[in-house]
Design a protein around this ligand. Structure first.
Ligand code: NAD
Length: 297
């Protein structure tokens, strides 16, 4: 079994590639830029260059597709986002069907749901994507389904909720490393509204374990939420972070942002049926490990 991992130099990619390797799975890693933190064979590829993508996919039994142009860039440059996230994904899919790949495991985003009508959010919740990034994720999910129906290429879609953990840098603008950075700087953190909006935080080590299982098991042609099913408010996260860091946080309450989603928590019923479990690391422990990683890095 050989698995090609695209987006291997990113936050999730480093965690997933290293976990697959640790599980004894042969891995070939790929990205547009190389990371010194990967231990497996690395083959550079730009998703927009079919020949480069094909070179990585050829000889692999399975593909883990984690490469993406991120959400904030998509708002500035929707066309660039569509090229990398849709056309780039199609390059991977075409190479996969050309070379008899068994399954593509794709990292989608729960944000494709857009406006939340009910909680917890299951996979059947209507989707009204609100950003070009989310449109591209939704489109890719449908391309995967259509490629399965037309060409028999199998897939598994994980819809990520809020992933955090080692290798996620504050520069990414992600909430958890931002909270760490701000609390360390001056002990304060800005929240919008009353900070009572809940989100579903998944420790990346748990996510990586689900990838190992998804590679090893005969699970296919499903779209499944990758969340914990437990909501934590932004205010609570800042407070827990403060406890871990020994800082009494000053929370600054800013006016609510228009269109801000109130609560957004995963229904993990399908995940539990398919895998027999859900991500288990408690936020307290996951944050402690994440902060230790930031400090030691
Ligand atoms: N982190 C989260 O909370 C979260 C939530 C929802 C979905 N996702 C999805 O999970 C996946 C991994 O996320 P992440 O947080 O590790 O993101 P990341 O930005 O850290 O990693 C993405 C990687 O893709 C690579 N890439 C970008 N353009 C490329 C191109 N043209 N060719 C080849 N590689 C290219 C980047 O170099 C980067 O290493 C992405 O698909 C992302 O959309 C992440």
């Amino acid at each position: 079994m050989k698995v090609a991992v695209f987006g291997a130099s990113g936050f999730v990619g480093i965690n997933v590639a290293n976990a697959l390797q640790k599980a004894g799975i042969e891995v070939v890693t790929s990205d547009i830029r190389e990371s010194p933190h990967l231990n497996a064979e690395f083959v550079p590829a730009d998703l927009l260059e079919y020949d480069q993508v094909e070179h990585v996919v050829k000889g692999s039994d399975m593909v883990v597709h984690l490469a993406a142009s991120p959400l904030p860039v998509s708002v500035e440059k929707p066309k660039l986002n569509a090229r990398i996230n849709i056309e780039g994904s199609l390059n991977i899919m075409d190479a996969a069907r050309e070379h008899g790949v068994k399954k593509i495991i794709f990292s989608s985003a729960s944000s494709l749901v857009g406006e939340v009508n009910y909680n917890p959010v299951d996979e059947k919740h209507p989707a009204t994507p609100k950003t070009p990034y989310a449109v591209a994720k939704y489109a890719t999910e449908h391309y995967l389904r259509v490629y399965q129906e037309l060409y028999g290429l199998d897939y598994l879609v994980f819809r990520f909720f809020n992933i955090y953990g080692p290798w996620q840098y504050p520069e990414s603008g992600a909430l958890i490393p931002m909270i760490y950075k701000k609390l360390k700087e001056d002990g304060s953190f800005n929240v919008f509204g009353n900070g009572g909006q809940s989100r579903d935080f998944v420790y990346v080590g748990d996510l990586a374990d689900f990838y190992v299982k998804a590679v090893l098991r005969e699970m296919k042609n499903e779209v499944v939420n990758l969340g914990t099913g437990k909501g934590t408010t932004i205010k609570e996260v800042v407070e827990i972070a403060g406890e871990i860091l020994g800082i009494e946080p000053t929370i600054n309450y800013l006016p609510e942002r228009p269109g801000e989603i109130d609560n957004f928590v995963a229904d993990v019923g399908k995940l539990e049926v398919l895998f027999g479990e859900k991500p288990a690391t408690r936020l307290q422990k996951g944050l402690k490990d994440t902060f230790r990683w930031i400090e030691e890095f």
